[in-house]
Design a protein around this ligand. Structure first.
Ligand code: ATP
Ligand code: MG
Length: 432
């Protein structure tokens, strides 16, 4: 990132040498003041977009009518935005028009929170007309201007407020919080994609539990554009499950969502429906619902077991890996290894999960095959060997072979698998 900062400074200098004003703004100023790592650098300038494009060889016209040009330096993009004012917000979300202006301070005034409304020149001098540094020192998140108005202008700011407060562990200033509370209904004007993106950043950020408490406290999620059928939406702060407090201990954001879904007792089917409303990707949704199926199956099988017997546990585990997938077994271990307190009590007493937590990883590793594709035999070969037309029987036979090979009951080589398959078909004929 040192290289990125150097390139950013050179970019500012070039704009200045051409007679324009130019500053670092937004997250970079905030995060460098807090001595945190930086992701990207935003720049504000008095130069008009056309003037920016003339000065730099490699530009992408990212959002010309908002005044934004992405200047590429090597493989790094810098968002360079002309000082602007936003006139009239449409439908509590996007400004209907922007007006390019000459004053940095006016540009900073349109920004959401004081800590996001600071600018820094290339010599490191900070311009901070709204007291962002002081608020940060005191651990306060505060709107620039009248909170009531700012949340009404753009309802997405309510989620940004909660995300910033949790990630930076800040107290939301009183008027800012009551401005938010007075406008929660306006969240219905925000596209679900934006809501999901903010929630994802919140869950992936530092102190996610704090964010989840603020979400609950605000009751914001009751007002999404597409109504969500999730216990999460109705949880009050007091109703948050205890184990949720450990969510920040999970390094992988996907696992944080899994813990949340599990603690909502979400079914695999509702995960598909609600995940769709939230516009999660098909891949994210599939992984989530497999995780939920895996833990649901494991629980049912454990409940059905009269006495805990390690051999049966290993078989159950391996069977679930074959039928549901090995990735979700891994996910299960990752989630509950860190937060075992989230595991439900089973019908035949607690403590039974321990065997899976302790041996699951080993069972997974010792499996010679985890899915049909791992078999040393494919469907074509099997059908040819048995001289039968491929049909539904073939999928069932392969599944059976996979289960047996996964459990180590038959070695994973073609010869043994074929012999085993012959005995299977004899069985089937006898059944018929
Ligand atoms: P991060 O990138 O770490 O999430 P950021 O502060 O850089 O934080 P961006 O969304 O990249 O956030 O926006 C850059 C800057 O643009 C913000 O710091 C803020 O000044 C301004 N900004 C972004 N979104 C809004 C908004 N909805 N309302 C007002 N100002 C905003
Ligand atoms: Mg940013």
């Amino acid at each position: 990132s040192q290289g990125m900062i150097r390139d950013g400074k050179a970019l500012l200098k070039k704009l200045e040498d051409a007679g324009h004003e130019a500053y670092f703004v937004g997250g970079y100023v905030r995060d460098s003041y807090l001595k945190r790592g930086i992701k990207d650098i935003d720049i504000a300038t008095s130069a008009l977009p056309e003037q920016v494009m003339e000065l730099f060889d490699s530009c992408i016209p990212t959002g010309l009518h908002h005044g934004t040009v992405t200047v590429m330096i090597g493989s790094v993009g810098f968002e360079v935005t002309t000082f602007r004012k936003e006139s009239e917000y449409e439908a509590h979300r996007r400004p209907s028009g922007v007006e390019f202006i000459r004053s940095l301070e006016e540009d900073l005034r349109r920004r959401d929170f004081t800590m996001n409304a600071m600018a820094m020149d290339r010599k490191g001098r900070i311009r901070d007309p709204f007291g962002g540094r002081k608020d940060l020192e005191q651990g306060i998140l505060r709107c620039v201007g009248d909170p009531e108005l700012r949340f009404r202008e753009d309802a997405l700011r309510m989620l940004r407020c909660i995300r910033f407060a949790s990630h930076y562990d800040l107290e939301v200033e009183e008027a800012t919080w009551s401005g938010l509370q007075g406008n929660i209904r306006l969240l219905q004007h925000v596209a679900m994609e934006r809501v999901r993106a903010e929630l994802e950043r919140l869950v992936a950020g530092d102190h996610p539990y704090r964010g989840l408490r603020l979400i609950a406290d605000s009751r914001l999620l009751r007002h999404t554009k597409v109504k969500l059928q999730l216990p999460w939406v109705h949880w009050t702060v007091q109703e948050l499950p205890d184990a949720l407090a450990s969510i920040g201990g999970l390094p992988n954001p996907a696992h944080r969502w899994m813990l949340l879904a599990h603690l909502m007792s979400l079914s695999p089917q509702s995960a598909v429906e609600e995940g769709g409303k939230l516009t999660f990707s098909g891949k994210q949704i599939a992984r989530m619902s497999r995780f939920l199926s895996f833990s649901q199956r494991l629980r049912e099988q454990l409940d059905a077991m009269r006495e805990l017997d390690p051999l049966s546990c290993a078989l159950i585990w391996k069977e679930n890996v074959v039928t549901i997938g090995s990735e979700c077994a891994q996910d299960w271990l990752d989630v509950f290894g860190v937060v075992p307190a989230a595991l439900p009590s089973t019908d035949n007493g607690g403590g039974r999960w321990t065997i899976f937590l302790e041996r699951g990883r080993m069972w997974l590793q010792e499996m010679p095959v985890r899915k049909a594709a791992d078999l040393a035999l494919n469907g074509q070969q099997l059908a040819a060997h048995l001289k039968r037309e491929p049909g539904p029987w073939l999928g069932r036979a392969l599944m059976k072979l996979t289960l047996e090979a996964a459990a180590g009951h038959v070695p994973n080589n073609r010869k043994d698998l074929l012999v085993f398959a012959e005995s299977l078909t004899r069985e089937w004929k006898n059944d018929a």
